[in-house]
Design a protein around this ligand. Structure first.
Ligand code: PHE
Length: 448
């Protein structure tokens, strides 16, 4: 498809905001703090930081190159460069489906908590937050909020790349930063906040380099940067030809890191201040945070502000994996954009209902599998298997299968930029990133 006919994001800042919008989401604000809580706080932060540089940025740049070079969806992009590698694009499509299968559910929780903080029972009920969370998971409201979130995403995507995705990201991303900074400042004045900073900022090196920590941190880096599943290929297909891909990938990674660190600076001081445990698991922000808000003046309002933040961050991410599927259906199966959007939203609803039925013990239509959580299956397989595998193959493809001039041309915009980091990036993509991913796979999946 020619670049002229295809939609594109306005300028450089738009490209950064849109890609950062995809990256920054539940991964940085919800998943990162509880992973850090479980894997030793600062120790995890340190390893995560390394993974972002050694794995995240090189893979993102490789994906940007494929997307901007081909101006196609994930499958079409890889296929047009080398036919057998279209399977790498399909890996991305599968990843986008898997993420759709549970991400909207968590995003729906943030919507529920937003509404409940403002108008509802969250702070007025006599039930504990744990009980309220459990009750919510068994009520039909969970399905309703999930569907509402899919419809919100649908409404943005159906408006197209410029009027939908770009416009939404340009408003929501700055709002998100402002809210996060205000929250971090507010939390700093809570009693005992220092203990939280200590937990989050002083690493215990004995824990940091355990293979399990590295495995989890790599998964987190893939997930939080949206790399390894064709998302950045799809978004870069809308970049302009003068976009500095190296600069864009660095900016996106740094903004994502900043948000993860800010999220930690909100959550850990708050957790310690309330005398709670940091390793609360997936419910950390839905049970622990309300516990903290409730003692603040204007509890409902602060809580609503936090859940607005989470909702906005989720929405700029859901539109990105929705777009992976929409662009794929529209371009590979020749559907109109409207129908491709409908198909994607329909599939997302179906998958989420499956997840809800099998995860939260609701006996829907008499089918129930004991002890199998679709939620965990979807989360684990995307972050720890599909995305690292996609990332590994992307490194091999751009580093070894394509000629070095492919990456060089994309990094230098065919000679108009200097591309000083080219040598370092090619080396990292060829050797460091793939070997690290392979090593961690072997170590953790017990292959040896
Ligand atoms: N990066 C997003 C987040 O952190 C999740 C995501 C993964 C979005 C893959 C798109 C593709 O929330």
């Amino acid at each position: 498809m020619s670049e002229l006919k295809r939609a594109s994001f306005g300028g450089k800042i738009s490209a950064i905001l849109v890609a950062a919008g995809s990256a920054i989401g539940l991964g940085s604000i919800w998943r990162f703090p509880y992973m850090a809580g479980e894997y030793g706080g600062a120790a995890f932060l340190l390893v995560y930081l390394l993974c972002v540089f050694v794995v995240g940025i090189p893979v993102m740049l490789a994906e940007f190159s494929v997307g901007r070079n081909t101006h196609m969806n994930a499958v079409g992009g890889f296929r047009s460069l080398s036919r057998p590698w279209r399977w790498l694009g399909y890996n991305g499509v599968l990843g986008a489906l898997f993420i759709s299968g549970y991400y909207y559910v968590v995003a729906g929780w943030s919507l529920e908590y937003l509404v409940s903080s403002l108008f509802g029972p969250l702070y007025s009920s006599s039930e504990s937050f744990t009980d309220q969370f459990a009750a919510f998971q068994l009520s039909p409201r969970q399905a309703i909020y999930t569907v509402i979130f899919i419809l919100l995403t649908h409404l943005i995507i159906v408006r197209g790349v410029e009027k939908g995705i770009e416009k939404a990201s340009k408003v929501m991303m700055p709002a998100l930063f402002i809210i996060l900074i205000v929250m971090a400042v507010r939390v700093a004045f809570m009693p005992n906040a220092a203990e939280g900073y200590r937990f989050f900022l002083s690493p215990d090196f004995s824990k940091a380099f355990a293979p399990e920590t590295i495995f989890t941190a790599i998964g987190q880096a893939f997930f939080s940067l949206s790399v390894g599943m064709g998302c950045m290929v799809t978004y870069a297909s809308y970049f302009k030809s003068d976009n500095n891909l190296t600069g864009t990938s660095m900016s996106v990674a740094l903004l994502t890191l900043l948000v993860a660190v800010l999220a930690g600076l909100v959550i850990f001081p708050a957790v310690f201040s309330a005398g709670l445990e940091p390793a609360e698991g997936a419910s950390l922000i839905f049970i622990t945070l309300p516990e903290i808000f409730k003692d603040m003046p204007f509890a409902g309002l602060w809580s609503a502000v936090f859940f607005i933040l989470l909702t906005l961050a989720s929405l700029t991410s859901t539109i990105s994996f929705h777009e992976v599927l929409t662009a794929y259906f529209a371009e590979e199966h020749k559907l109109s954009r409207r129908n491709a959007t409908r198909l994607t939203s329909g599939l997302s609803i179906a998958l989420c209902m499956l997840t809800l039925a099998f995860t939260f013990d609701i006996d829907w239509a008499g089918i129930k599998l004991e002890n199998i959580s679709f939620f965990e299956i979807f989360d684990y397989t995307t972050a720890n298997i599909l995305m690292p595998l996609g990332g590994l193959l992307t490194c091999i493809f751009v580093g070894w299968v394509m000629k070095p001039s492919f990456l060089k041309n994309e990094m230098t915009n065919y000679g108009s930029l200097r591309g000083r980091a080219f040598g370092l990036l090619l080396f990292t993509l060829r050797y460091v990133t793939p070997l690290l991913i392979i090593y961690i796979f072997i170590k953790n999946l017990g292959i040896i």
